[in-house]
Structures are given as structure tokens and as C-alpha cells.
Design a protein around this ligand. Sequence first.
Ligand code: COA
Length: 170
Amino acid sequence: MPETPLSSEETPRIREMTIDDFPEVFHIGEEVFTAEYSQSLYRTWDEFEITTLFNSDTELCLVAEAGERILGFALGTTVKKHNSPWKYGYLVWLGVRSDIQKGRVGSRLFNEIRRRMQEQGVRMIIIDTSADNKPAIRFFQKQGFNDIQEHVYMSLNLTRKSKKKGVKKP
Ligand SMILES: CC(C)(COP(=O)(O)OP(=O)(O)OC[C@H]1O[C@@H](n2cnc3c(N)ncnc32)[C@H](O)[C@@H]1OP(=O)(O)O)[C@@H](O)C(=O)NCCC(=O)NCCS
């Protein structure tokens, strides 16, 4: 499998994110995690995503860089479930600039975050994305993910009048 279609001077370097990277990471996220990316409010990209994960899991906040340019990022965390001896890695956000997607940057970011998670004792990595995000599903399958589980989101609009019928008094 060819490792990089980018020219040798553009070969991305994967390193830990620093505070100076925040604006660029934020803008790449704005570019790739659009409203079409996720209709659900549960997954919305905002500046708190970066700061919260950076503060809790600096070692799992990575960027891919070529020259002075940030090409993409991987932001993750680890989770310990109650009643389970296993430690889980949660890859929360993985994003690559639209103009260089399919150029192996995502794979490089994933390989490094996976290595770091394993080093931290993670036994299973989990991700989530919209069911219609076929490119990402294909990408994660290529990385070895399987056992797709569908999840249902429901909403209740509180600004609409309730249609619930009142119980008639006898
Ligand atoms: C998903 C994403 C991170 C992949 O990064 P990437 O650098 O484009 O992916 P790679 O070049 O490393 O791709 C590796 C493999 O994934 C699959 N893949 C990647 N992009 C794909 C696409 N658009 N369509 C189909 N398969 C794709 C391919 O199998 C590819 O291997 P191949 O080139 O040998 O066929 C990137 O497309 C992205 O930022 N998408 C928008 C944000 C997103 O959906 N993030 C994931 C959820 S948080």
C-alpha cells in the first residue's frame, strides 16, 4: 500500500497539538464538520471541543503538519466504564482538509493515535459518525473497525403545542 501520495517535502509529520494550533484546527473543523456532516446537535463542532479535549488528554490531541501548514487533526480521549476492567479509547474528532483528503493523512493520524491509546492501556477504540457518512465509514473499516451499531436519535420540540390528549375526568 503506498504510504503517501504527497511529495517528499510535503510528507506530513504527526505531532502533539499546541495552543498555537487551535485557530487552524478550529477552521479545518469548521470546513469539514458542516451542518451536512451531522444534522444532530449532539455532534456539533465548536471551540470547546478543542479546549476540553486538550485540557484532559493532551497526548491524544494530534495534528498532521507539512511545512508550516496544518493538514488535519485527531482528537481523542479515554473512557473507563463502570463495572468493566477495560479501558476504551474514544476518537472524538478526526478531520483532514478537504483539498487533501484521500492522501493518507487520516491514516497517519489514526495510526499514531491508535499507538498512543494502546500505550495508555486501551483495549478497544470506539468512534461514532452519521450513518450516511459513507467515506468515513469506509475509512474506519479500512482501519479495521467492524461491528457497526446503529443508534437512534429522537427529539421533542418544546416550542410546539403538545398533541398529547388529556385524560378525561370521570
Ligand atoms: C474520514 C477522513 C478523516 C479520512 O482521511 P483521509 O486522509 O481522507 O483518508 P486516507 O487517505 O488515509 O484513506 C484511507 C482509506 O480510507 C478510505 N477512504 C478515505 N476517504 C474515502 C472516501 N472519500 N470514499 C471512500 N473511501 C475513502 C479508503 O479505503 C482509503 O484507502 P484507499 O485510498 O487505499 O482506497 C477524511 O475524509 C475527513 O476528514 N472527512 C471529514 C470528517 C469526518 O467525516 N471525520 C470522521 C468522523 S469524526
